[in-house]
Design a protein around this ligand. Structure first.
Ligand code: TYM
Length: 329
C-alpha cells in the first residue's frame, strides 16, 4: 500500500485548480492507499496573515476537504501546526540544505518579486518545510499540480542527501502524482496563466451556480477563428483545458470540431462549460453549507487526524534522531 500525501495552504476556499491538481483522483483512491491530507497553515505564515483570519482559513480548507469527499474513516486529515514533529524535521533538514539552491527556486524568486517588503527566511526555506511535510510520513506519492514540480524534485534531492550523508536507506524518494501522468495546470479564465488565489481568477468549489455562470461568461474570447484548423490562442486553449477536466468526451469533441470548422459560438460553449463546472461543484457546495456549521464534527475530525498523523510522524522523528546521533543519558 502506497503512502500518499496531499497538502493545501490555508489561504481560503479551494478552487478548481486545487481540486484537479491535488485532490480529486486521490479521493477516489482512498481505499487503495494510505492517504494523508493536510492543511498547510505553517506555510501560510510566509505572507504574514492576519491572526484574526488564520483559524477561519484553516477551517475553510478542512470543510472543503470533507465536502470534496475525503473520508476521515479512510484517510488522515490534519492541520500541519497540530503536528510539531514536522517543525522539528524541518530544522534538521535545514542543516543539509544550502542557501544557494534555495535562492534559485522559481517559487522563491516569484514570491520575492511579489512581496519585496517581506522576503523572510521562511519564504527562502519554504521547500525545506514542504520536504519535511512529505518525509515525515515517508510518502511515496504526492499529488500536486504542475507548479509544485520543482519542490518535489528538491524533496527527492534532500531525501537522497540525508540517506547519503548518514549512510542509510531511510527516506524514500517521493514522486509527484496525477492521473494522466502529466501534471495538471488549470488555467484562469482571464487569459492569464494558472488559476490561483493570488491571481484573483478562481472558480471556487463553494461558488454558487450564479457566480460560476458570471465568471465563465466574463472569460476572455474573440471573434472566432477565420482559418480552419488554426492554432488556438492561449486564452481560448484555457477554456478547452478546463472543459477537458469537467466535460464529457462528446462535448469536447463537439467544440473542437466547431473550432476547426470556424463555427465557434462562444456563448454556447461558455454555457456548456458553466453547466459542466456546476455539475462538479454543486454537490460539494451543498456539503460545504452543511459542514461549516458542524463545529463539533470538525473538532472531532481535526483532533483524531492530529493523533493519527502524530503517531506516524513521531516514529519518523525517533528514527531520524537516532540516525543523526541524538542519544538520551
Ligand atoms: P497551494 O496551496 O498553492 O495549492 C495546493 C495544491 O493545488 C495545486 N494547484 C493547482 N493545480 C493545478 N492547477 C492550478 N491552477 C493549481 N493551483 C494550485 C498545487 O499544485 C498544490 O498541489 N506548497 C504547496 C502546499 C504544500 C504541499 C506540501 C503540497 C505544502 N506542503 C507537501 C504537497 C506536499 C502549495 O502552496 O500549494
Amino acid at each position: 500500500m502506497d503512502i500518499v500525501l496531499s497538502g493545501i495552504r490555508s489561504t481560503g476556499n479551494l478552487h478548481l485548480g486545487n481540486y484537479y491538481g491535488a485532490l480529486q483522483n486521490f479521493i477516489k483512491m482512498q481505499e487503495e492507499n494510505k492517504c494523508f491530507f493536510f492543511i498547510a497553515d505553517l506555510h501560510s505564515l510566509t505572507t504574514h496573515p492576519d491572526p484574526a483570519m488564520l483559524h477561519e482559513n484553516v477551517k475553510n480548507v478542512l470543510v472543503n476537504y470533507l465536502a470534496a469527499g475525503i473520508d476521515p474513516e479512510k484517510s488522515v486529515i490534519y492541520v500541519q501546526s497540530d503536528v510539531p514533529e514536522i517543525s522539528e524535521l524541518y530544522l534538521y533538514l535545514n542543516m543539509h540544505v544550502y542557501m544557494g539552491e534555495l535562492a534559485k527556486t522559481v517559487s522563491f524568486k516569484e514570491k520575492a518579486r511579489k512581496q519585496p517588503e517581506n522576503v523572510n527566511a521562511g519564504l527562502l526555506t519554504y521547500p525545506t518545510l514542504m520536504a519535511a511535510d512529505i518525509m515525515i510520513h515517508n510518502a511515496d506519492k504526492v499529488p500536486v499540480g504542475k507548479d509544485q514540480e520543482q519542490h518535489l524534485e528538491m524533496t527527492r534531492r534532500f531525501a537522497r542527501r540525508f540517506n547519503n550523508f548518514y549512510n542509510v536507506e531511510y527516506f524514500k524518494e517521493p514522486v509527484a502524482y496525477n492521473f494522466g501522468q502529466e501534471l495538471i495546470k488549470i488555467p484562469g479564465l482571464d487569459g492569464s496563466g494558472k488559476m490561483g488565489k493570488s491571481e484573483g481568477n478562481c472558480i471556487y468549489l463553494a461558488d454558487s451556480p450564479k457566480e460560476i455562470e458570471k465568471k465563465v461568461k466574463r472569460a476572455l474570447t474573440d471573434s472566432g477563428p477565420t482559418e480552419p484548423n488554426s492554432v488556438k490562442p492561449d486564452y481560448i486553449e484555457n477554456l478547452f483545458t478546463i472543459m477537458r477536466v469537467v466535460s464529457t468526451d462528446e462535448v469536447i469533441a463537439h467544440y473542437e470540431e466547431k473550432w476547426n470548422a470556424c463555427e465557434m459560438r462562444y456563448g454556447d460553449m461558455k454555457k456548456q462549460l458553466a453547466t459542466d463546472i456546476i455539475a462538479v461543484t454543486s454537490p460539494i457546495r451543498e456539503r460545504i453549507i452543511v459542514l461549516e456549521n458542524d463545529t463539533e464534527y470538525l473538532r472531532k475530525v481535526a483532533r483524531e487526524g492530529a493523533e493519527q498523523a502524530r503517531e506516524s510522524a513521531s516514529k519518523t522523528i525517533r528514527d531520524v534522531r537516532e540516525i543523526m546521533g541524538f542519544k538520551g543519558f
